[in-house]
Design a protein around this ligand. Structure first.
Ligand code: GTP
Ligand code: SPV
Ligand code: MN
Length: 600
């Protein structure tokens, strides 16, 4: 390696760290990412020549590329993801834990010489607008051009972040190597006490784009507790009311449960005539602080979307269809003959043939040896696209203070049990509602799809410390606000006995959001049930929507015996935290149980 390389920074800590990591990884060369168009084009050219990227039809999809990951590297690998705090207790029962020394030793063995024959790219990046008090600077070292090109979309990477590092010493140290892309030599390690991330053996988004889940959620949540703010797996959206006033909400749904779709929905006809408009601030991550006005303010630390492709079409998400027409990197989707792309649930008919996500010839209606359809795109195939492409992007995405939050909405994917929407009784009960969330697993992480698992605040895979402390932190945050947001829970996924969704979802979800905002503004009353407040049907606007007979009753139904059964699982979950679970949550559990029994 060229050890004489001159680093374009006077930040000694940064230079020393880059040199030290280079000694471990042994790249042939080191290249600093400046964020320029010229450098990006150069990287794209190289990626095309190595096959990391495939150029798409530049007339129909200008600036767009296709990437295929390794076949066993298509989703986050939670079982290989660790929180490496000095004390095991600080990682909590919600995380895999490894002692820092062991973790460094194991990973070092894989990183050792992993970049031989490759270039190490140094990516300085800012999560959040550069220079905002909200923002955090990270530097990712990687041997993957795909990672660099994605980071250029997902973060504010290059010169401005590097200049910020002339003013501030500290940054999150992010080391990544795809190494051999071998699942047996893959580790995603977080050292929150040292503001460090080491990820090796994967090229998949959530494992490799270290600004995203690793920094902006796992490391940030750890820092946020100390600095008294919140780093959450939430979308942020603005709802412009007919009078031009915009109210903002933040919503936490588990992976592949509808955040992206909700964040940019187009109002259904029936409500459009009322003058509603939606403004997208973020689709995945929210950093939220209590401001001097006693309310909660949120920013989206990201600069792009890393969205789920399957199911993206002009009905479900017309704004995203528009967004991904240019400057987008598609990962693991079908390549059509005309150099465009397709996935299950895309617009139009399935093409007759193409090259599937694994790079194999594909034909419409193809089945495997067991008679199962061969998928054109992987169920967790994704696109990376700049937020500025989106027609509904909020004018406030670059504002350092972000937006004030009126409501926090939790949600999960549940066939049964949870109603379409309910409102928590108060902040403490709302924290309980978030803490007891559960959802059916999706393809966004490896594991059994469909299995119900507890996923508090949609943060189970992303909380960088003991969730017992996290719940306490949430309770404390409520006390620090004079006007805390109201807390709600939604479920777009309730089904009838035939396995059909009871609620049409997507743009129709605005009807639920409208009720939520009416509640925040004390415009409507509600029905008090043991689990919280539910809408009086007359308070929801169903103009232009005809629900099947009896569907609304089923959507809002609350069966005490089913909830009491659910609470058994909640109790088991709470017990895992032993003395670290705040007593307030046990109190809420008991109170809910009593209300349900009184209702039986
Ligand atoms: P991550 O990026 O993984 O954090 O996920 P996300 O929460 O942003 O997920 P996204 O919005 O991409 O949701 C993807 C899946 O949810 C797709 O299968 C959609 O079809 C489905 N989905 C989204 N909204 C609705 C809805 O209102 N009703 C129904 N039935 N499905 C929905
Ligand atoms: C998720 O799985 O919640 C995502 C995609 O948003 S990833 O960045 O891979 O985590
Ligand atoms: Mn996510």
């Amino acid at each position: 390696m060229n050890t004489e390389i001159k680093h374009p920074t006077s930040n000694k800590k940064l230079k020393d760290w880059v040199n030290k990591m280079a000694r471990i990884c042994k790249p042939d060369d080191i290249v600093w990412i400046d964020g320029s168009e010229k450098q990006k084009n150069q990287l794209e050219k190289e990626a095309l020549s190595t096959g990391e990227l495939i150029q798409l039809n530049q007339e129909k999809l200008p600036g767009c590329f296709l990437h295929r990951t390794a076949i066993n590297d298509v989703a986050r690998t939670e079982h290989l993801t660790y929180i490496c705090t000095r004390k095991k207790r600080d990682a909590g029962p919600n995380n895999n834990w490894m002692a820092p020394a062991t973790a460094y030793r194991k990973a070092k063995a894989i990183f050792d010489g992993a970049m031989r024959g490759r270039t190490m790219y140094v990516i300085p990046f800012s999560m959040g607008p550069v220079g905002s008090q909200f923002s955090k600077i990270g530097v990712e070292l990687t041997d993957s051009r795909y990672v660099v090109l994605n980071m250029l979309i997902m973060t504010r990477a290059g010169e401005p972040a590097l200049r910020q590092l002339e003013k501030q010493d500290h940054f999150t140290k992010c080391l990544h190597s795809k190494a051999e892309l071998d699942i047996n030599k893959r580790l995603i390690l977080h050292f929150p006490e040292e503001n460090t991330i080491w990820s090796v053996g994967s090229g998949y988004g959530g494992n490799a784009l270290l600004g995203k889940k690793c920094l902006s959620l796992r490391i940030a949540s750890f820092i946020a507790r100390k600095e008294r703010w919140l780093a959450e797996h939430m979308l942020i959206m603005g709802i412009e009311e007919p009078n031009g006033h915009i109210e903002y909400i933040a919503a936490a749904f588990p992976s592949a449960c509808g955040k992206t779709n909700l964040a940019m929905l187009l109002p259904p006809e029936g409500l459009k005539v009322k003058g509603y408009r939606i403004w997208t601030v973020g689709d995945d991550i929210a950093w939220m602080r209590v401001d001097s006005d006693g309310t909660l303010w949120a920013v989206n630390p990201e600069a792009g979307f890393f969205g789920v492709a399957p199911g993206t079409n002009s009905h479900a998400n017309p704004n995203m269809v528009e967004t991904i027409k240019k400057n987008t990197i598609y990962t693991n989707v079908l390549l059509k003959k005309d150099g465009t792309v397709w996935w299950e649930g895309a617009d139009g008919e399935a093409p007759e043939e193409g090259i599937d996500w694994q790079g194999k010839p594909w034909k419409k209606g193809m089945v495997d040896a067991n008679g199962k359809p061969v998928l054109a795109a992987h169920p967790n195939s994704r696109f990376t696209t700049p937020i500025s492409n989106c027609p509904t992007t909020s004018f406030r995405v670059e504002q350092h203070h972000g937006v004030p939050i009126s409501a926090i909405v939790f949600g999960g994917r549940r066939q049964y049990l949870t109603p379409l929407v309910y409102e928590a009784l108060n902040w403490q009960h709302g924290v309980f509602v978030g803490a007891t969330m559960a959802s059916e697993r999706t393809a966004a992480q490896m594991g059994q799809v469909g299995e119900v698992r507890r996923d508090p605040m949609a943060m189970l895979p992303f909380c960088g410390y003991n969730m017992g402390y996290y719940f306490k932190h949430w309770l404390d945050m409520g006390k620090r606000m004079t006007k805390p947001p109201k807390i709600f829970h939604v479920n777009w996924f309730k089904m009838d006995e035939n396995g059909k969704f009871l609620w049409p979802g997507f743009k129709e979800n605005l009807r639920v959001i409208e009720w939520i905002l009416d509640r925040c503004n004390n415009k409507v009353d509600a029905v008090r049930t043991p689990i919280g407040f539910i809408p009086r049907p007359a308070d929801m606007d169903f103009t232009g929507l005809k629900l099947p007979e009896g569907a609304l009753e089923k959507l809002l139904e609350i069966k005490s015996e089913d909830w009491l059964e659910e609470l058994k699982g909640v109790g088991t979950f709470f017990k895992e935290f032993k003395r670290d679970l705040p007593k307030e949550l046990w109190i809420e559990l008991e109170k809910l149980s009593n209300r349900l029994k009184a209702n039986e």
